[in-house]
Ligand binder design. Structure first.
Ligand SMILES: [Mn+2]
Length: 315
């Protein structure tokens, strides 16, 4: 139902304002940029607005240089928010989305609050990019190469290079079609993951060296008091990628101090433990196998103690 309504809304309107969640990564950017490609192909007026700088390992994505860091002066018919579980996760671009007549929410987070007029929320989808693919196909049979690259990157990063539990045969069929338009997996991997500098990897080593675990080694966690979001880009996923090498571990947690008094906690699970529930208890959310929360006015030591004892008690 929502899909049809969204297709109709796109057809019937002229101008669109797009955004995605804070701390952008592959799927957030991939889904927004692919939507931008679709709307431009339909000759719509589009403005992408995101308050933060695009991490350097995603600047290869087509049109990423057209993402505005300042709010628009003009008005838009429709606002489209991608890969975002709640409107508060828009950060400072939120205010601009109070103006458009219609608000559309395209997402795959289980914890999505269905904050818009039209909500297309599919928790079983691998990524927001997969949902944008479906919308794109309602308008065109063939996907333009630049849009295909954005969609591929979103699916590739949100499935942990096609290894997470929701990577099904459908995902591979979509990806196989995207490759027919000339997307190179080698190039995407190279851009997203082989673009770190020596000092980034040294930082990674420091974080990994804080590794703690429970008695049975089912839960592992690392922490850092000095996180530099803008410099290290997508290092969160790289850290988890390394932790996943640990045999028998089910739950992984990363604690990072991000502001003066804010601790960002990221959770990953191999699938048995629902980390969305854990994040929710601490005021956050996400998916069954990937989630997160931000805790204010607390030190990393206090947050670590509370979170770890909660997980031990409830899993
Ligand atoms: Mn996503």
């Amino acid at each position: 139902m929502s899909l049809q309504k969204i297709v109709k809304t796109i057809k019937n309107n002229k101008s669109f304002l797009l955004s995605t969640h804070q701390d952008v990564e592959g799927d957030a950017l991939g889904s927004m940029l692919a939507m931008f490609c679709l709307l431009r192909r339909l000759r719509k007026r589009v403005y992408m607005y995101h308050g933060q700088k695009v991490p350097f390992n995603y600047t290869f994505l087509p049109f990423s240089h057209l993402i505005h860091r300042m709010p628009p002066h003009e008005e838009f018919d429709v606002g489209i928010i991608l890969d975002c579980s709640d409107i508060s996760r828009l950060g400072r671009s939120r205010n601009a989305f109070l103006k458009p007549e219609t608000l559309i929410n395209i997402d795959h987070h289980t914890s999505n609050t269905r904050f818009a007029d039209l909500n297309l929320v599919e928790p079983q989808a691998s990524s927001a990019s997969e949902i944008v693919y479906k919308i794109y196909k309602k308008f065109f049979t063939k996907i333009a190469k630049q849009a295909a690259l954005c969609l591929y990157t979103g699916i590739f990063t949100d499935t942990g290079y096609f290894t997470y539990s929701y990577t099904d045969s459908y995902v591979h069929r979509v990806v196989s079609e995207l490759m027919d338009y000339g997307v190179s997996p080698t190039k995407v991997y190279h851009n997203v993951y082989s673009s770190f500098r020596i000092q980034d990897i040294a930082f990674l080593g420091k974080v990994i060296s804080t590794l703690s675990h429970d008695r049975k080694g089912r839960m592992c966690w690392v922490k850092t008091n000095r996180w530099h979001e803008s410099v290290y880009g997508d290092l969160t996923e790289v850290i988890f990628h390394n932790l996943r090498f640990i045999r028998d571990a089910e739950v992984f947690v990363l604690f990072k101090k991000v502001g003066n008094n804010t601790v960002r906690v990221n959770f990953r699970s191999r699938g048995k433990v629902d980390v969305n529930k854990i994040a929710k208890f601490f005021g956050g959310g996400g998916h069954r196998s990937a989630s997160g929360t931000s805790i204010r006015n607390s030190s990393i030591a206090v947050v670590e103690r509370k979170v770890i004892s909660f997980i031990k008690k409830h899993t």
